[in-house]
Ligand binder design. Structure first.
Ligand code: PGA
Length: 249
């Protein structure tokens, strides 16, 4: 059985007080579920969040990480800094990192290697832009994102990889891929992995969908056979909405 996951990416939202308040609310309201629930507060609030969620069903994860082990990289955060405070999972390749901070698949391949070296799990985000879809290039774009950032890995490394397909045109726009569009792409992703790594890896890798998932569309998206959960932005900032989405899995 593939692991189902609902992860909330809080992006640059919520100060420490608000982070603590939302974690408290989530811990109080979290339903029993076999899905793994994750939250990604901003760096400065991670250590306290890890303490608050300690021994709970919520895993606190990081939104990003630098590829270098350490050194003169003002403003950056290393894998060691994250693992030392109890972070075991990092989101890499979010479309906002790609668009605003110029992260390429080649750079992301380095980040992936560093995270794996530190025995971290990775939620690897990728997805096409609107123009790619209009030009009917979306399968191509997604295939190359995968190949360029991840296909240098050996089979065993895939135990630590979770994929998050996030069509850029659906992120924060209120526009969601239809369940059929999500399923079509997730199936393509799984087949692409199957061709390179075989059935076992393809069948075990969790592929999350992200892009305007809300309580009222979560269930239908999550019910698609190749959708194993979601990466949630805006709707994860509110306990009732996030819980509503978790209930959809
Ligand atoms: P959204 O963001 O749910 O606000 O569209 C998703 C994401 O960026 O992961």
């Amino acid at each position: 059985m593939r692991q189902k996951i609902v992860a909330g990416n809080w992006k640059m939202n919520k100060n420490n007080t608000q982070t603590q308040a939302l974690i408290t609310e989530l811990l109080q309201q979290l339903p029993a579920t076999d899905a793994k629930v994750m939250i990604a507060p901003t760096f400065v609030n991670l250590a306290k969040a890890v303490e608050s969620a300690n021994n709970s069903a919520i895993e606190v994860v990081a939104q990003n990480m630098h590829q270098a082990e350490g050194g003169a990289f003002t403003g950056e955060i290393s894998a060691d800094m994250l693992t030392d405070i109890g972070i075991k999972t990092v989101i890499l390749g979010h479309s906002e990192r790609r668009a605003y901070f110029h992260e390429t698949d080649a750079l992301l391949a380095n980040k992936v290697d560093t995270a794996l070296k530190h025995e971290m799990k990775i939620i690897f985000c990728f997805g096409e832009e609107l123009k790619d879809r209009q030009d009917k290039q979306h399968f191509n774009v997604v295939e190359y994102q995968l190949k360029d950032a991840l296909f240098h890995l050996d089979k065993a490394a895939w135990q630590n990889i979770v994929l998050a397909y996030e069509p850029v045109w659906a992120i924060g726009t209120g526009e969601t891929a239809s369940p059929a569009q999500a399923q079509e792409m997730h199936k393509f992703i799984r087949e692409t992995i199957q061709e390179r790594y075989g059935n076992e890896v393809a069948e075990q890798v969790s592929i999350l969908y992200g892009g305007s998932v809300k309580p009222d569309n979560a269930k239908e998206i999550f019910s698609q056979p190749d959708v194993d959960g979601g990466l949630i932005g805006g709707a994860s900032l509110n306990a009732a909405d996030f819980i509503g989405i978790i209930n959809g899995i």
